[in-house]
Design a protein. Structure first.
Ligand SMILES: [Zn+2]
Length: 327
């Protein structure tokens, strides 16, 4: 019986994935997605119902339009399959509950947000607004560990923190430290996690981002011969490692020496951030609203989403881990 329900939930996931593909593409193109039916973007032929079956149609059509033979983007089956698997995993983890229903909605938005971010480094603002509103409703129903007020405050503070950081980056180097989209994701995630746990997800996303960025950084350093950037990154990582070791083994007991080292590290970090942000020269002075993020780094949005997913399943373990190492 359970496996039958699980199978149906996987199928529902595939169909929602198919719907998400439409939401993603029409979000990017600004079309109204309620009125028009699915068409081939190349030859404009309306698809028959049997060409619209998630996953299966793609396999049978061998990834090509049945009318004109134009290649269908692999985004379609990938999004469908990931959504199907996600729904299945959520059902197996949280059972046949209201919590699962909300989690399916959250994860659908996570998938839409990261896909638009990966495809065009754009986040559609209403995706993030819906996420934030759902998070508040989720807390209102008492399904979350935080109450409604904490969800609202978490969302607002998350957004403000990211906007402040973006402005600091702009102040130092004419680049936003984070994109507008990242602030919007912070709005949604802050409302889901509440401000305390949101900070944990941010630390985790910085770790994920750094790990992914290291290969890109090495390649860029080699190509551009700009070693300042690598030195800055190594300095940041070394500083964090140093703080961690000193705290963990309680090496320095004299508080004045400790304070001195903290000031030195802070200055080194500021210097590094300035270097990292200004390593690509801005041609002219841009207004904050027109300023871009630093594109030689990877987009931060997907790292935030991955971190949120990890935290939804493993927040307790992560907290225990941090507690064991830092205190
Ligand atoms: Zn076609």
């Amino acid at each position: 019986m359970n496996s039958i329900i699980a199978f149906y939930i996987f199928i529902i996931g595939l169909c929602i994935g198919s719907f998400l593909n439409v939401v993603i593409l029409r979000g990017l193109s600004g079309e109204n997605f309620i009125i028009s039916r699915s068409k081939c973007p190349k030859c404009n032929n309306q698809l028959k119902w049997y060409m619209n079956i998630p996953l299966i149609s793609y396999i049978f059509l061998k990834g090509k339009c049945a009318f004109c033979g134009e290649k269908i983007s692999v985004q379609y089956p990938i999004v469908e399959f990931i959504t199907g698997c996600t729904f299945l995993i959520l059902y197996l983890t949280f059972g046949f509950t209201f919590k699962t229903l909300f989690m399916c909605l959250f994860f659908s938005l996570f998938i839409a947000i990261s896909t638009t971010d990966i495809l065009e480094t754009v986040i559609i603002d209403y995706h993030a607004y819906i996420l934030a509103v759902l998070a508040v409703i989720y807390a209102l129903f008492g399904l979350n560990d935080i109450n409604t007020m904490q969800a609202v405050i978490g969302g607002v503070l998350g957004y403000i923190i990211f906007e402040i950081l973006a402005r600091i980056g702009y102040f130092i180097s004419n680049f936003r430290m984070f994109g507008e989209g990242d602030s919007l994701i912070a709005l949604g995630l802050g409302a889901i996690f509440g401000i305390k746990n949101f900070l944990i997800t941010i630390i985790l996303s910085i770790l994920i981002q750094s790990l992914c960025a290291i290969p890109v950084l090495i390649i860029n350093t080699y190509k551009k011969r700009d070693y300042r950037l690598s030195v800055s990154y190594i300095l940041v990582l070394f500083s964090l490692f140093f703080v961690f070791i000193v705290n963990y083994f309680e090496i320095i007991k004299n508080s004045m020496i400790y304070l001195g080292i903290v000031i030195l590290i802070t200055m080194a970090l500021l210097w590094s951030v300035k270097n990292i942000l200004s390593s690509v020269k801005n041609k002219k002075e841009l207004d904050f609203n027109e300023a871009k993020t630093h594109f030689s780094l990877l987009p931060f949005g997907p790292a935030m989403i991955i971190s949120a997913v990890v935290c939804i399943f493993f927040l307790k373990q992560i907290k225990l881990f941090i507690h064991a190492f830092l205190f």
